[in-house]
Design a protein around this ligand. Structure first.
Ligand SMILES: *Cc1c(COP(=O)(O)O)cnc(C)c1O
Length: 405
């Protein structure tokens, strides 16, 4: 076993926006023995998860499951659909959008990075009108894909994917639409088919409540057709062979068997709660969290209430306060992990995750830890934020209560 310096009593509070806490049910499901990935039992599991995951993406089309982190599925989406030197239009919503753009550069693509100036772009979601304008200028159709992050995990800002689809259609442009919802899937409403997304990328360790290690590409017919002539090198990531073997419930290589047990359990749990209830629970926890932050007198990273993330809340520190020093106090004193500021906002903010296996009291405990840590760090607070969150949660019962069950 990994030897820790000490074992603190009670549960660790993992309130980072992914990995999110893994429920006991899923941990137990994952402890089943690993089986023969070419045997008959495996096909039952394979077909069940391949079919079940489609409901979460809201798609009738194939969803490819990779034994890789989300970053791998980003690469799969680009290499399956594009050719060396292709121009791709990417939108700067935050750190994850920036990393995806760096990957496109490394793969030999030519990303154009659209965005609002300075830190503004990191406080608001995608600006679909900017995408429409740029696509209208591209009369030669040099742009082959538009890439957008649905839930920007570095900031706590979502993007309106349906609006991006409308922008592409309004410009009459044939570019593919590639969307990263690695941290949005199964926490925020997402509709691969209805929104006309060509490739949706997601991962296991956020809303799906699994450990890190598997990731996804939901693939439209148009994307599949593009993969037939896309020339970026790919082997492990190639869709065609995987989709072909998936038809009988198998993979061309050894899939992540135990994570697929976990996925099977997660799909059951999401189905039992009901996806709409899952989304409502996340929205409600997000609202409670923001009420606490506002009552503290601190600013929320997301500056547009229309696109607040239901997954996490970015909390900005007053001038001169190092957010990571505050996080360190909270971790050491209260065994509570918060997300660090990434990229342009490093040290300026921290992130409270309220996704996945999280309920009212988990959130309130996390807020209590934050509040105590902020006070110890000497951050001036206008008022205690906990009562504001408590009042809201008490007045707005969760859709699914134990009484109703
Ligand atoms: C977590 C995350 C990633 C990176 O996924 P990994 O599993 O760490 O490779 C990319 N994009 C977004 C929006 C994320 O939240």
């Amino acid at each position: 076993m990994l030897k820790l310096d000490f074992h603190p009593a009670g549960r660790h509070f993992l309130q980072i926006p992914g990995p999110s806490p893994v429920p006991d049910r899923i941990l137990r499901a994952m402890s089943y023995p690993t089986i023969d990935h070419r045997g008959p039992e495996f096909a039952v599991l394979g077909l069940k998860v391949l079919e079940g995951i489609k409901k979460i993406f809201k798609t009738q089309q194939p969803v490819v499951i990779y034994p890789a982190s989300g970053t791998g599925a980003w690469e799969a989406a680009l290499t399956n659909t594009l050719s060396p030197g292709d121009t791709v239009l990417m939108f700067e919503t935050g750190h994850f959008a920036t990393l995806w753009k760096q990957m496109a550069e490394r793969l030999g693509l030519k990303p154009e990075f659209l965005g609002l100036p300075g830190i503004e772009g990191w406080r608001r979601g995608v600006q679909a009108d900017m995408i429409e304008k740029r696509l209208r200028e591209d009369a030669q159709h040099a742009i082959k894909a538009v890439c957008v992050v649905h839930n920007e995990t570095s900031t706590g800002v979502t993007s309106d994917i349906a609006a991006v689809r409308r922008a592409i259609d309004a410009a009459g442009h044939p570019a593919l639409l590639l969307v990263d919802t690695i941290s949005g899937l199964a926490s925020a409403d997402y509709r691969h088919d209805e929104w006309g997304v060509d490739v949706t990328i997601s991962g296991s360790q956020k809303g799906l409540m699994l450990p890190p290690g598997i990731s996804f590409n939901a693939v439209s017919a148009k994307a599949l057709a593009a993969s037939g002539h896309a020339r970026l090198p790919r082997s492990f990531w190639g869709w065609a062979e995987i989709i072909e073997m998936n038809k009988s419930g198998y993979w061309p290589y050894t899939p992540n068997t135990n994570l697929l047990y976990g996925l099977c359990e997660a799909l059951d749990m999401l189905q039992d709660e009901g996806l709409d209830n899952v989304f409502a629970r996340h929205r409600r926890l997000g609202e409670a969290c923001r009420r606490a932050v506002r009552t503290w007198g601190l600013e929320i990273q997301c500056a547009d209430p229309a696109v607040y993330s239901p997954v996490l809340t970015g909390v900005m520190m007053p001038e001169g306060v190092d957010a990571d020093a505050v996080r360190k106090i909270i971790y050491e004193r209260f065994d509570l992990s918060l997300g660090t500021g990434l990229g342009k906002v490093k040290g300026r903010m921290f992130r409270i995750g309220h996704l996945g296996d999280c309920n009212d009291l988990t959130l309130l405990a996390a807020l209590a830890g934050c509040e105590m840590g902020l006070r110890i760090a000497g951050v001036p607070l206008k008022d205690s934020g906990l009562p504001a969150a408590m009042e809201y949660l008490a007045a707005q019962p969760n859709v699914v209560s134990l009484k109703a069950a």
